[in-house]
Design a protein. Structure first.
Length: 69
């Protein structure tokens, strides 16, 4: 019992309790990196889409203004 008490009082890591936790933590870390990359790509695509839409609307406004003359 004394040896068990000394073992329990020491520092215990997740890998000591369940090695699957280490794999899970690594998978979560990888998923966060992929999510950040996907979010950045989505923001870049949205900015590009928004710029093209603004240009198209400006061209349409210019065509409408020209046809009114």
């Amino acid at each position: 019992m004394r040896r068990l008490g000394l073992t329990v009082e020491g520092k215990v890591t997740g890998a000591d309790v369940d090695p699957g936790m280490v794999a899970l933590n690594e998978s979560i870390k990888d998923a966060r990196v992929k999510l950040a990359a996907a979010q950045e790509a989505a923001e870049e695509n949205w900015a590009s889409f928004n710029n093209e839409l603004d240009a198209s609307l400006d061209a349409l406004r210019a065509d409408l203004a020209g046809s009114e003359d």
